[in-house]
Design a protein. Structure first.
Length: 191
């Protein structure tokens, strides 16, 4: 049941991010066609989505008190959702720092995630679960980077987003190859 809550909470958090970015842009008059009440509605939507995600993730958040730095590092390196979160934070910082070239960190993050998540899925005992987490992480990372780009620059990626066709086409192929490698090689636990 916890996995269902986690899967439902991920889109809620993404919705909250998109609504928060929209509210900030409306309140800063970056979207002149939108009125103040639309901004209030977007802000209320963001708060509601965060509240719903909090209620769904509350048992997991309580367990974070017992988490050590080594466990957090292992999660960020070996779990596709951890990889997506780490790469999003790194790419978002770089996108804010270099606004003119915001596409480069986003593309690099997507390419790194496509390769790293397929590789770590191959090494896991439950390949199907990690493959599903990789797909979820890829979608969340892509949508999160697109929303962040839209918040940073009014035009967002624009036509430059065509470069994302590379990771979009490579990721499924790498995931299938990881499944084939896993099937042929079999699972060998780490020693």
């Amino acid at each position: 049941m916890r996995w269902v809550c986690r899967f439902v909470a991920a889109p809620l958090l993404l919705l909250a991010l998109i609504c928060a970015i929209g509210a900030v842009r409306i309140f800063s008059h970056d979207l002149p066609a939108e009125s103040l009440d639309t901004g209030v509605f977007a802000a209320v939507g963001a708060v509601a989505a965060v509240g719903g995600a909090f209620l769904l993730l509350r048992p997991d958040l309580l367990l974070l008190r017992e988490l050590t730095v080594d466990q957090l590092r292992a999660w960020a390196l070996s779990n596709p959702l951890g990889q997506a979160a780490s790469l999003y934070v790194l790419a978002a910082v770089l996108m804010v720092a270099i606004r003119e070239y915001q596409l480069a960190p986003a593309l690099l993050a997507m390419c790194i995630f496509s390769c790293a998540s397929a590789w770590t899925s191959t090494l896991q005992q439950r390949w199907w679960l990690y493959a599903a987490l990789s797909v979820l992480g890829w979608c969340a990372l892509f949508l999160g980077l697109a929303a962040t780009s839209e918040a940073i620059a009014p035009g967002g990626f624009g036509e430059g987003a065509m470069v994302f066709l590379l990771p979009m086409q490579v990721f499924p192929a790498l995931l299938i190859v990881s499944g084939i490698v896993r099937l042929v090689r079999g699972y060998r636990p780490r020693q």
